[in-house]
Design a protein around this ligand. Structure first.
Ligand SMILES: *Cc1c(COP(=O)(O)O)cnc(C)c1O
Length: 368
């Protein structure tokens, strides 16, 4: 069985967990939390890091700190994980689904501009499957229209747009450290910002809305979204090896690009970007071809995963506004995209075995 993903953890994480455990600080106080926040914000090049219990609440906390609420619209890509849109709905705001671009699978800046109304208060740009979206252009649109920009970097830790890491562009950028993300803390997440006020708001809201100076005094209704010291200890150990993980991810992508035949559409670095190839992906020629490839991978005990469904097509989201481009790229990618096994410790032989099944099944399906 070749899985899609498995965490890249060893004795170093094990020792870190034991150190946190032995210190007695197993909840959300302890030295590892601050260290992890500082090291991770430095890695991305943002001033402040606020760790949280997962990536979904990172997005919710960001919107809450920005004061997004009832009556507001939040633009999200139509092709993303549901959590991106759910965070807006938790705040009583309405997500607006905007079509994505073919080259990078992220928000189309031109459509984005057309989708903005007087109700639009925030944009959540997502870097999907490791690919940076056109975040500089999106930032320009956000600034021009006086709309907050949040980056959802859950799938793209370490990716670069131009010279800069994704997560360094937004007013707030959100990360996930779930077990299958580039680095993991088991469950976990982080919000980064350069804005001292937003950092403070996030710290207060993360901790029940409690005053930072007067204990048990609440000026606002907050949440318990804190990360534990044990999670942070794992995160620090992971951060020590993040460059190694990213190098492995790049080598995995290169190996797939070499092994897979040329008439398959393969994931490559978008223009001006360095992808981290979170889940190495291909595009089949049609939905039926993809289903055939998946059936052959299943037979060979190789796990694969179709791209996300468009959010606008699912029952809880149909009530919200959708802005499609003339080529409706989201629907096309959603029908044809397939994620392949991409865990950092996958061997070259395993990549070869996966590629053989993909190559042969497509060849057969197309009568080549
Ligand atoms: C994983 C993920 C999240 C949510 O992170 P969790 O830690 O699982 O809550 C949000 N957005 C995207 C794009 C993700 O891939």
């Amino acid at each position: 069985m070749i899985p899609i993903y498995r965490p890249f953890i060893d004795e170093q994480e094990r020792c870190a967990i034991l150190e946190a455990f032995d210190s007695g600080w197993i909840s959300s106080k302890g030295e590892f939390i601050k260290k992890f926040e500082n090291s991770f914000s430095k890695f991305i090049s943002k001033s402040y890091g606020v760790s949280v219990s997962n990536g979904t609440v990172a997005l919710h906390l960001a919107l809450a700190a920005l004061g997004i609420g009832k009556g507001d619209e939040v633009i999200v890509p139509n092709l993303t994980f549901a959590a991106t849109a759910n965070a807006a709905i938790y705040q009583g705001a309405s997500p607006v689904f905007v079509d994505v671009e073919k080259e990078n699978w992220g928000l189309d800046p031109e459509l984005l501009e057309k989708a903005i109304t007087s109700k639009t208060k925030a944009i959540i740009a997502v870097h999907l499957y490791g690919n940076p979206c056109k975040i500089s252009e999106i930032k320009e649109v956000a600034e021009k229209n006086d709309v907050h920009l949040i980056e959802d970097c859950a799938e793209a830790i370490g990716a670069k747009y131009g010279k800069h890491k994704v997560g360094s562009f937004g007013d707030i950028s959100c990360f996930s450290f779930y077990g299958n993300k580039i680095i993991t803390t088991g469950e976990g997440g982080m919000c980064l910002t350069d804005d001292k006020y937003l950092e403070e708001q996030m710290r207060i809201l993360r901790d029940h809305g409690m005053s930072q100076t007067k204990r048990y005094w609440h000026d606002t209704i907050g949440f318990n979204y804190r990360m534990t010291n044990i999670q942070a200890s794992i995160g620090l150990a992971q951060l020590n090896k993040v460059e190694h993980i990213l190098e492995r991810k790049r080598n995995i992508a290169t190996a797939y690009q070499d092994y897979l035949v040329n008439y398959i559409e393969k994931q490559v670095d978008p223009p001006n970007s360095e992808s981290v190839f979170w889940l190495y992906s291909i595009l089949a020629a049609s939905e039926n071809e993809r289903a055939y490839v998946v059936s052959k991978l299943d037979e060979a005990a190789i796990e694969s995963r179709p791209f996300f469904f468009s959010l606008s097509s699912m029952p809880p989201y149909k009530q919200f506004r959708t802005v499609l481009g003339k080529n409706k790229i989201t629907f096309d990618l959603s029908n044809r995209g397939l994620n392949l096994p991409s865990f950092p410790s996958i061997s070259i032989d395993q990549i070869g075995a996966v590629s053989d099944v993909v190559n042969n099944s497509i060849k057969y399906f197309r009568n080549l």
